[in-house]
Design a protein around this ligand. Sequence first.
Ligand SMILES: Cc1cc2nc3c(=O)[nH]c(=O)nc-3n(C[C@H](O)[C@H](O)[C@H](O)COP(=O)(O)O)c2cc1C
Ligand code: SF4
Ligand code: SF4
Length: 437
Amino acid sequence: MADLSTTFLGIKSPNPFWLASAPPTDREVNVTRAFRAGWGGVVWKTLGAEGPPIVNVNGPRYGAIHGADRRLLGFNNIELITDRPLQLNLQEIKAVKKAWPDRAVVVSLMVPCDEESWKAILKVVEETECDGVELNFGCPHGMSERGMGSAVGQVPEYIEMVARWCKQHTRMPVIVKLTPNITDIRYPARAAKQGGADAVSLINTVSSIVSIDLDRMAPNPTIDGKGSHGGYCGPAVKPIALNMVAEIARDPETRGLPISGIGGVTTWRDAAEFIALGCGTVQVCTAAMTYGFKVVEELKAGLSNWMDGKGYRSIEDFRGLAAPNVTDWRYLNLNYVTKAVIDQDLCIQCGRCHIACEDTSHQAIAATVDGRRMFVVKDEECVGCNLCIEVCPVEGCITMQPLAAGAIDPRTGLRVEPGYANWTTHPNNPMAQVAAE
Ligand SMILES: Cc1cc2nc3c(=O)[nH]c(=O)nc-3n(C[C@H](O)[C@H](O)[C@H](O)COP(=O)(O)O)c2cc1C
Ligand code: SF4
Ligand code: SF4
């Protein structure tokens, strides 16, 4: 059976599944129940500086996007960092780490952007004997209005400066949690590395207004007639997170920098995808808030079964294997020609592929054959875009089949060239012509 244990920055955990910093990790009783359920680690709900605790709204703080089956696809919140006293959190963190020495306990921090504030919090957190700290430069709402959270994470110079202070003032591993509310994630990641951070984690939530209540004419969640933007997370943000993780994993300046992957991890497959891109652990929030702590059982069993099937004995066996296959568009093989093929035994003749291709793609699916309702791809029109696969309700009914080298593409009348050729050398590329001249 596959070994799921991980060592991330020297922090050991029995599996790569950590609960992300959020309500599931905001107190001892929760974290204890999570560890009993089998979670490998937690990042404690973000602590702020000593002083009067943060004040949250006293009304709704969540919004969501649901699928047609009411499944939660996207989740939005306007919650701030912990609203419990610092000392209480510290006592509980210490107690939890003592009781669960084999689990990872990382503490998330967010204090004002001055060296003394960071020095002070690091000193007291270190006394809990937790395994490391995660710097929350990510929350896009509330705290950012006060110059913290994503207000720091959007300025690479601040990230570098704070990471450097933290490395100077603690012996603990320092993880920088990045905000996705930025144009190019490579810059904050490089800044974190430059400042000496041991790792990055990403993503925090995406700035969002999840919906407008058309009776109250105000954003959801609505507090006495008004709403404010929140942070979006859950399955909907996974593609954004995967792309950002991949950008960091393949950037020559940050390649090899340890990454803890966050964003929409709901199934073992999501986790495997983050790990395949190079993540050493994954963090989960929305799935735990939606399905409860026991979801970790499925995550562990699913990942372990899949690894057994593939012959991967440890997480390291497949970690990062997909990263080299993420490339720029210009390097994609333009000699690779595919056609859609419909399996008539699986087809339920709903016609969705035909409508989609007819109205918005290349009019390449016939709806009748010899006057009979039947859906068949016209190879002479098909550009291989795979829109039909995405709209077909029957999984596996339509597949993309590559044409063999040497075959004639009935759409272009051209022979499929063998081997690999990309845009950088294509005759239609003006830059390629300049280079040739
Ligand atoms: C209600 C709620 C509160 C959160 N609070 C924090 C926080 O205090 N600190 C932090 O770094 N991230 C916080 N997050 C962000 C999560 O840790 C995580 O980065 C994000 O939800 C993406 O993961 P997910 O798609 O698994 O939910 C919060 C998320 C939610 C939903
Ligand atoms: S792959 Fe694209 S062009 Fe070909 S049949 Fe499907 S939708 Fe039409
Ligand atoms: S969408 Fe799928 S099931 Fe529906 S007609 Fe097309 S191939 Fe058949």
